[in-house]
Design a protein around this ligand. Sequence first.
Ligand code: NAG
Length: 417
Amino acid sequence: MFKIIICLLLITTTQASSSPYWGLTTKPSFTSITRATSDIAYSYNIKTDTCATLTSASINQIVAEGKVGIKKGATDKLLPMAINTWNFPDSNAMAWHILNQSRGGVRQTRNAVVEGITKCEQLQCDLAVGYGGTPDEQGETTLDSMVMDGAAMDVGAVAGLRRIKDAIRVARHVLERTEHTLLVGDSATEFAISMGFRSESLVTPKTKIIYKHWKAKNCQPNFWRNVHPDPKTSCGPYEPTATPLTHRKEDRARTEHQIGAQHHDTIGMIAIDVDHQIHAGTSTNGLNHKIHGRVGDSPIAGAGGYADNEVGAAVATGDGDIMMRFLPTLLAVEAMRNGKSPAEAAEVGIRRIRKHYKTFSGAVIAVNRLGQYAAACHGMREFPFVVSNPTQAIHVETVKCLPPEPSVEVVPLTKQT
Ligand SMILES: *[C@@H]1O[C@H](CO)[C@@H](O)[C@H](O)[C@H]1NC(C)=O
C-alpha cells in the first residue's frame, strides 16, 4: 500500500517534455495506472502493488491493444508518421518525403498534410479529389477542403470552392492568414484570387461527358425528394410538392442504389512528427450530381477530420451527407481521450451511424499521439489506407468492414436510466 503513494507521487510530479499520456490498462495479468511522455513513464500495478519505470518501448507496449496495425517489436519506431484514406500512395509518398527529411519532420506536419493532399488534387485521385471530377447538377466541379492544426486547435477550410484547383492550399491560407475557420463559394474564390491563386475552369472533357450522360438519363440519379416533377424519373427544375412529405425510411434509394464506395473517395490525411505535433487534412470534389451548393463532411472539423495534440487525430471518408450528422472524427478523438485504443475509437462513429443508417458506407481512420493507428469501415467489403513511419514507407493496408448490424432498436436516452 505504501508503494502506491510513492508511485503516484512519481507519476504526478515527473516533468513532462511533452504533454503526457495517461492510461488505465486492464489485462488478465495486470491492471496499471500509467503516465507516460514520449520517453519516460511510471506505472503502478494494482495487482502486484509494484511501481515500475518504463522505457518508451514498454510504454508503447502498454498502450498497444493488439488491434493496431503495427508489427511486434516495432512499437518504438512509430513517429514520424503519415497516414491517408484509400489507396492513394503518391500522396502518402509526398507527405513521407517531407516528414523523413530533417529530424523526424519536426514542425513539418502542416507541409506534409497540405502537400500530400495537394498531390492528390493534382493527380485527380479517382476523379474524387481535385478538378475534373464529379460534376454537380449544373455540370460544375466544386471543391471542399480543410486543414486542422492539433497544437493551436486552429482550422482553415473552404467549401463549394469554385474555379480554383488548389483547395487545400487555399484552406491553409484561411488557417494562416485569417481568424476565420471556413470560407465558401464565390467568396472563397475571391479570397483565393487575392492570395495569388489562379482562377480557371475545373471542368474537363471527362466531366462534360459524365454530365451529358446524366442529363440523357433523365438526371438519374439525383438527390431530390418531395418535389415535382418526380425526381425519380424527371430532370428539374423542381418545385416543392403539396402532398405530405415522405420520410427518410421510405427513401432508401440513396444509400442502396445511388452511392457506391467509388463515388466518395475523399482523401483524409494525418501527419505526426517525433514531437507529437499533429495535423489532419481533407480534400474532395464531393458527390457526382450533387445539388449545386451541396457541401459534405470534409471541410467540417469533427466530421471530415479532427486533430488534438493531447490525444491524436482522425479522418473520415464516405457518404458525407450522412456521416457529418454524427461528427465521427470528433467521436474517435474523444474516445481515445477516454482511454480507448485507436481500433475501438475508429469504430465508435461507424457503429453510431450504422444504428440509424443501416446501409451507409464510410470509413474512419484513428491515430493516437504515439502513432498507433487503426481503421474501421461499413458498407463496403474492405477499406484500404496508406501508412508511412520509420519502419515502413508507403505501406498499403486494408481493413475488413463491420458487417451490417442485425436490427437494433434505437433507445432514447431517457428510457435507459
Ligand atoms: C528516411 O530517410 C533516410 C535518409 O534519407 C533513409 O535512409 C530511410 O530509408 C528513410 N526511411 C524510410 C522508412 O523511408
